[in-house]
Design a protein around this ligand. Structure first.
Ligand SMILES: Cc1ncc(COP(=O)(O)O)c(C=O)c1O
Length: 400
């Protein structure tokens, strides 16, 4: 390898660091949970965890672990195959049918991750005569998936229904055969819920279909955790749902597309991340299946999550911190500059609270924040401790 190339790469890294944008990974020395053991220069420390997608606290649930262990005994560790060669176990099919039933869709297809589900869903369904209309704040995996499709692309400003309508009109004027609107159900950086009833009404008026990425909703939002279509009342007007098993549903890994039968059948034939990537490991599939079963009846955990969300949001606001409004367990504390977000994250770490600063390119420049997430794995006392830590750290840094 040439020195010149490595110097060029190092210069890019130096630039990232100089702009305060370098992301550093901290190592967790135990299971995911409301409190986590974090490795540090001072040895292991136990911190309150406010930044996992472990909304219902199922990532370390004993029944999920037992199901994964049981599947390892019954089905082995790995598949060493893609699905269509010799990688489809009864377990995988059970998981697909369970998530399809939960979301009231004909069928579902499981991928190794929702990044793959979103990466693979558009290209087989939408050809060059078609139009994909995408919210500007959609997750990177939707952006990449749309890029891979040959369809014409249209982008509307986040949740701006006038802009969406303009795109639908334009797509019609451009002669689109089929139109598909793609949106996150919950925008993960802001915690906003998509305006699904309005989106579906526009879709109906202009003859479009609707795809919702419900990664930050399936399992914990809406009746029985059926996600944003249930939460907003849009229900079965949403045609295609993509989601993950890597957050609320056990936090292992795996993604899915749930939709009408012909859509799922075609994805099984043509979706490239499905055709050309290894099958989900049996213990992961079994853990996800158990987590889904638990989540479907976990009204108690959903109620606890809602209580924590209200309590934490109220505490932060009473302390004088600037949050974005919302109803989901994602509560961003807005700080502006990347350096301030990093400094506050460090000050909170010193006070026993684990959070992550988010800054460009994950969020726009000047909109750096600490994105906090509530979890049913926390207690009400934990939430109060976290609020006190934010107040204290905010004062120490002159933010409050
Ligand atoms: C909205 C959204 N879509 C897709 C993904 C990707 O999910 P997975 O981790 O299963 O690849 C994420 C995860 O960060 C997400 O937040």
């Amino acid at each position: 390898m040439s020195d010149a190339f490595l110097r060029h790469i190092r210069a890019t890294l130096d630039q990232i660091e100089a702009s305060g944008l370098l992301k550093r990974e901290r190592l967790i020395a135990g299971p995911q949970g409301g409190r986590i053991r974090v490795a540090s220069d001072r040895g292991e420390r136990t911190l309150l965890n406010l930044c996992a997608n472990n909304y219902l606290g199922l990532a370390n649930h004993p029944d999920v672990i037992a199901a994964a262990k049981g599947a390892m005994d019954a089905f082995g560790f790995g598949m060493a195959s893609v699905r269509f060669i010799c990688g489809a176990q009864t377990l995988h099919r059970e998981l697909e049918l369970a998530i399809a039933k939960h979301l009231s869709k004909d069928d579902a297809i499981v991928f190794a991750a929702c990044f793959d589900a979103n990466g693979g869903v558009f290209e087989p369904l939408m050809g060059e005569e078609d139009a994909i209309i995408s919210d500007s704040l959609n997750h990177a995996s939707i952006i990449d998936g749309v890029r891979l499709a040959k369809a014409r692309r249209y982008r509307f400003a986040n949740s701006d229904m006038n802009a969406l309508e303009d795109c639908l009109k334009q797509a019609g004027a451009d002669g689109a055969r089929f139109k598909l609107i793609a949106t996150d159900g919950v925008f993960s950086m802001d915690g906003y819920v998509a305006k699904l009833p309005e989106i579906c009404a526009l879709a109906e008026r202009y003859g479009a279909m609707v795809l919702v990425d419900d990664c930050h909703a399936t399992g914990h939002l809406g009746d029985k955790g059926r996600g944003t279509p249930a939460l907003t009342g849009a229900g079965d007007k949403v045609d295609i749902v993509t989601g993950t098993f890597g957050k609320t549903l056990g936090g292992g890994m795996g993604g899915f597309v749930a939709a009408a039968q012909p859509i799922v059948d075609l994805l099984r034939q043509r979706a490239r991340p499905y055709l050309f990537s290894n099958s989900l490991a049996p213990p992961v599939a079994a853990g996800a299946l158990k987590a889904l079963e638990i989540a479907a009846r976990a009204d108690d955990l959903r109620a606890r999550l809602t209580d924590h969300t209200k309590r934490f949001r109220a505490g932060l606001e009473a302390a004088g911190l600037s949050t974005l409004p919302g109803v989901t367990p994602i509560i961003p504390v807005m700080l502006g500059e990347a350096r301030l977000a990093q400094d506050l994250a460090s000050a909170l770490d010193e006070r026993g609270v684990y959070v992550a600063g988010f800054f460009f390119p994950v969020v726009p420049k000047g909109k750096a924040r600490i994105r906090t997430q509530m979890s049913a794995a926390l207690t009400a006392e934990d939430v109060d401790i976290a609020v006190a830590a934010f107040r204290d750290a905010g004062k120490a840094l002159g933010i409050l």
